[in-house]
Every structure is written in structure tokens, then in C-alpha cells.
Design a protein around this ligand. Structure first.
Ligand SMILES: Cc1cc2nc3c(=O)[nH]c(=O)nc-3n(C[C@H](O)[C@H](O)[C@H](O)COP(=O)(O)OP(=O)(O)OC[C@H]3O[C@@H](n4cnc5c(N)ncnc54)[C@H](O)[C@@H]3O)c2cc1C
Ligand SMILES: *[C@@H]1O[C@H](CO)[C@@H](O)[C@H](O)[C@H]1NC(C)=O
Length: 484
């Protein structure tokens, strides 16, 4: 087999002449072009992509068993598109995935159906997919493992190995079946998920958690609008998401903020909230399967975090996926952001752009391009998730006015662009900004219209407070995304 110009030739080692030699280097010497920590959504997609570009890849994963989690179960059309670009679309086949065509949003039981719109005249309707997270990840692992340039190893990474004077990351220490181990790469990618072990040291921000999602699996639930993600809103209770994830299974996620009165110990805790507040508020057709799931009692929870991204400045290192950047999962955007990041990196780190990952200065330069290029798409998804969450979980009277305005906005049909942004298809932050403030002004108009004229001074003060609340919701996130 012919040697390629870009692979496996290490500055301090013999140049390998065939892929087999690279495979031996990985297996025997634990040495590769790139070491990826975490075979989750991001790690697998990146391993397959870099491997197909001819890089020698070590993909390290703490547990190769099928993950059983309540996260990453709905992939937006923008994520499906990214999979397609990566040549990984077939990972959605054979996992009993459900087609998703849009959102069904109900406010106080009154629904609006919001389909994903075609992105240009005559274009096919965008498609999302929902599924069991673990089945999708197993398919991604299979795709990565099928590439001869990728070796997957079950090992738990414990530390990064750094050069004491240059601070360059050289690889990782790990534990394999209780034995100490290490792996070396010209580049180390940290993609170890939301609870990243390495973030503290290499990421300037820390995740902020305002609420948790509590999840149950419903069996044979009847949904008001099959093939749609359901967002159920009530003015006095945080949002509830419902979507089918398999032929018989449906996921329900109930958001519970810290210190929610209806989930206090006195009121029976989380179970009390689910039984007394959520159950009666659900559409009648979902109630029986929800009550049955509550009785089975397999409740699970996950923190809902926000984490602003940041440019990596450490030579030899890249942080990606949830380790780098998180947003509230209300809009199901995490995997879409992760897969789009892989698409962007595929181009920025291609062998044509960066012949060798050992050129750390060039890699760092490409990473700073990456930081800004990814923002177009990621910041729309991030800000939208955070802003919608603030409105949907409205915990004061001003936010509730905005919540009502937002729902009214959808009801009058203004949902084409918002749902395109949510679906990861429309990547224009300025459009998000315009919609958000239109919602704010609509909310003010609704207040003005309902108040008698003699109360005008009071009403105007009320409007100012609502407008201020809108600014407080969105401007901090806008600033973070635009400047950090
Ligand atoms: C409640 C909830 C619901 C969500 N729902 C959706 C949704 O519907 N749609 C969506 O797109 N996104 C959703 N997300 C977000 C989505 O789950 C994440 O954005 C996505 O999984 C991130 O992928 P990742 O590869 O960065 O991390 P993960 O998928 O978490 O993968 C990390 C991997 O690293 C491994 N690992 C960790 N530590 C080590 C170690 N020390 N050594 C070796 N391996 C290690 C883990 O075992 C894991 O396999 C949700 C998030 C939450 C919290
Ligand atoms: C593996 O890498 C080699 C170069 O080292 C490349 O020629 C080959 O196409 C890669 N294999 C696959 C399946 O992508």
C-alpha cells in the first residue's frame, strides 16, 4: 500500500509506510495523530471523520456498553443534515428512529402546530429524528470502528499529560481494567461530555445549572400530534417535553427548577409535583401512560446547564461537544451543535489545511477560526434555547407576559423562521434578535390593549418592566455569544 504524504509521520519517530504500521503504533505503542477522549456523539463523529481523512485516531471510551440515558434523543433537521454531510446519515437506520416533522406547542391546553418549513421553494420538507440515545451512539461507534484508521479502546481517562515547559498537551493517562495506561497523540480532543473532568483546568467558564429535567419513559402513549415534538406550557408550571423515541416508547421530560414550591419536600418532592401538577395539566390522551410510568417509578434526572464556549489556547488540545459548550436542552440542540462542529472542523483541520497535527501553531490558528465560524449556527441555537427557557419557565409576572406574547406570536403564524432556527437550519443571529424583540413588543401591545385608558400611567410602567425583563433575558446571552 502506498504511503500518504500526511499521515503518521511523527517528528520524533519513524515515518510509517502503510496503514498497518499506523494500526500497530496505535495498538502496541498507544500512539496516534489524534487521541479522542469520549466516544459519545461528538467523539465518534469526529473519529470517523478524521479517520476517513487518513488520520490515525485513538478513540478512548470509559464504557463501550450501550449508553442508557435520558439525553440526546431528538435530532433536529440541522443535525440530520450535518450527519449527511459527514457521510454518517445511515447511523439513523435500524434503530427504530421516529420521523419528526416539527413542534406541537400547547399553552393552557390550546395547541399550535409548527411544522419545519422547506428552506427554499420546492425543497423537501426538513426531517428530524427521535430515538433511543444509546442505539444512536452504538451506531456512531460502529461507524467509527469500521474505519481502519480508528482504534477504539475501552479505558477511563484520568489525566492529561502535558509538557512541563511548553504546557503542550501530549496525550492522556488512563485506567484500563484497573491497570494504569497512557496514550499519546499530536492532538488530544477532550469530548467527555457535560461533566467533563478536564474543563476546570482548560476552560475559563463553569456551567450554570438553573433546573433539572426529570424523565420517564411512557409505553404506548397516545400523542395529540404524532411525529411532532410536544412542548406543553402552563403559566404556573415549568415546561414539559414529550416525544416518541421508538415504536412503543415515548420520552417525557419535566423541567424542575431549583426551589420549585410544588416540588418542595412538604408537597411530596419531585413525585408530588409530577403527580399533582404535571399529571392533571397533560393532554387527556397522555395521562394514562404517564400515570402508569409514575407508578413504575423509574424516574431519572439530568442537570440542564448553560456553558459559554471559549477559544482553546492550549497547544495540543481541543475541547468539544458538551465539554466546550452547553445550552438548555429544551430545544434539543446539543447534538446538532456537536455534529455541525465536526463538519466545520473537517474542513479547517483537513490534511490540505493542516498537513500535520504536530504543527501546533497552525492547529491553534485554525481553532481560533473555528471559534468564530461555529458561532453563526451555535449561538442561534444557544441563545434561542436560553431565551425560550426563560419565557417558558416564566417565574414572575413580567416573564409571564412575554410567555403569553410568545405563544400569541406562534398562534398568528409567525413561526417559520423561529422553528427554522430551532431546527438548526437558519443560522442568523440577527434574525433571532429581531423575532425576540417583536415578541416583546407584541407582549406590550397585548398589555396595552387590555388595560382601560384611565390606567394608562400604571400600564406604561408595567410595559417598561416587561420590556426590561425581555432585555435581561436576552442581552447577556447576546453579549456572551458575540464577544466571548
Ligand atoms: C436532559 C437532557 C436532554 C437532552 N436532549 C437532547 C436532545 O433531545 N437533542 C439534542 O440534540 N441534545 C440533547 N441534549 C444534549 C446532548 O445530550 C449533548 O449535547 C450531547 O450528548 C453531547 O455530546 P458529547 O459527545 O459532547 O457528550 P456525551 O454524548 O455525553 O459523550 C461523552 C462520552 O465521554 C465518555 N467519557 C466521559 N468521561 C470519560 C473519561 N474520563 N474517559 C473516557 N471516556 C469518558 C462518556 O462515557 C460518554 O460516552 C440533552 C441534554 C440533557 C441534559
Ligand atoms: C486510512 O488512512 C489512509 C492513509 O493513512 C487513507 O489512504 C485511507 O483512505 C483511510 N481509510 C479510510 C477507510 O478512510
Amino acid at each position: 500500500m502506498a504511503a500518504t504524504t500526511f499521515s503518521n509521520s511523527h517528528a520524533n519517530g519513524p515515518s510509517s509506510s502503510a496503514p498497518d504500521a499506523a494500526e500497530i503504533r496505535r495498538r502496541v505503542h498507544h500512539d496516534a495523530d489524534v487521541v479522542i477522549v469520549g466516544a459519545g456523539v461528538l467523539g465518534c463523529a469526529l473519529a470517523a471523520t478524521l479517520g476517513r481523512q487518513g488520520r490515525s485516531v485513538l478513540l478512548l471510551e470509559a464504557s463501550l456498553k450501550e449508553p442508557d440515558r435520558i439525553v440526546g434523543e431528538l435530532l433536529q433537521p440541522g443535525g440530520v443534515e450535518a450527519l449527511e454531510k459527514l457521510g454518517l446519515r445511515d447511523c439513523l437506520e435500524g434503530i427504530d428512529a421516529i420521523l419528526t416533522e416539527g413542534y406541537y406547542v400547547a399553552y393552557l391546553g390550546e395547541p399550535v402546530t409548527i411544522p419545519y418549513p422547506a428552506q427554499s421553494p420546492g425543497a423537501p420538507l426538513p426531517e428530524g429524528r427521535s430515538f433511543h440515545h444509546g442505539r444512536f451512539v452504538m451506531k456512531l461507534r460502529e461507524a467509527a470502528g469500521a474505519c481502519p484508521n480508528v482504534t477504539i479502546v475501552e479505558t477511563k481517562v484520568t489525566d492529561l499529560i502535558t509538557c512541563s515547559h511548553t504546557k503542550q498537551v501530549l496525550g492522556v493517562k488512563s485506567v484500563t481494567k484497573e491497570a494504569k495506561d497512557c496514550y499519546f497523540g499530536q492532538l488530544t480532543v477532550v469530548a467527555d461530555g457535560y461533566a467533563s473532568k478536564f474543563r476546570k483546568q482548560y476552560h475559563p467558564h463553569t456551567p450554570k445549572v438553573r433546573s433539572k429535567f426529570w424523565g420517564l419513559e411512557l409505553i404506548d402513549a397516545e400523542l395529540p400530534q404524532p411525529h411532532y415534538g410536544h412542548v406543553l406550557l402552563n403559566p404556573n408550571s415549568p415546561p414539559v417535553l414529550v416525544y416518541q423515541i421508538g415504536a412503543r416508547e415515548t420520552r417525557i421530560l419535566c423541567d424542575i427548577p431549583e426551589n420549585l414550591p410544588s416540588a418542595s419536600v412538604k408537597n411530596g418532592g419531585v413525585k408530588g409535583h409530577l403527580r399533582n401538577t404535571v399529571l392533571p395539566s397533560l393532554p387527556k390522551c397522555i395521562q394514562p401512560s404517564f400515570a402508569a410510568a409514575l407508578d413504575r417509578g423509574q424516574l431519572r434526572s439530568m442537570p440542564n446547564s448553560f456553558l459559554a464556549s471559549s477559544t482553546n489556547k492550549t497547544p495540543g488540545l481541543i475541547m468539544l461537544g458538551d465539554a466546550l459548550n452547553m445550552r438548555h436542552p429544551l430545544t434539543g440542540g446539543g447534538m446538532t451543535v456537536a455534529l455541525n462542529d465536526v463538519v466545520i472542523l473537517r474542513d479547517l483541520l483537513s490534511p490540505e489545511q493542516v498537513p500535520k497535527f504536530s504543527n501546533t501553531a497552525l492547529v491553534l490558528k485554525q481553532l481560533s477560526v473555528f471559534h468564530w465560524r461555529r458561532k453563526m449556527g451555535a449561538s442561534v441555537i444557544n441563545i434561542l434555547a436560553q431565551a425560550l427557557y426563560s419565557l417558558f419557565a416564566a417565574d414572575d409576572v413580567n416573564l409571564r407576559a412575554l410567555q403569553r406574547g410568545c405563544f400569541q406570536y406562534f398562534q398568528i403564524g409567525m413561526h417559520r423562521q423561529p422553528v427554522s432556527m430551532l431546527g438548526g437550519m437558519l443560522k442568523k443571529p440577527q434574525i433571532l434578535f429581531a423575532h425576540f424583540f417583536t415578541v416583546a413588543f407584541l407582549s406590550l401591545w397585548m398589555i396595552l390593549r387590555e388595560s382601560p385608558l384611565y390606567k394608562l400611567p400604571v400600564t406604561l410602567v408595567r410595559c417598561a418592566l416587561v420590556f426590561w425583563a425581555a432585555c435581561v433575558v436576552i442581552i447577556p446571552y447576546m453579549v456572551t455569544e458575540a464577544f466571548c
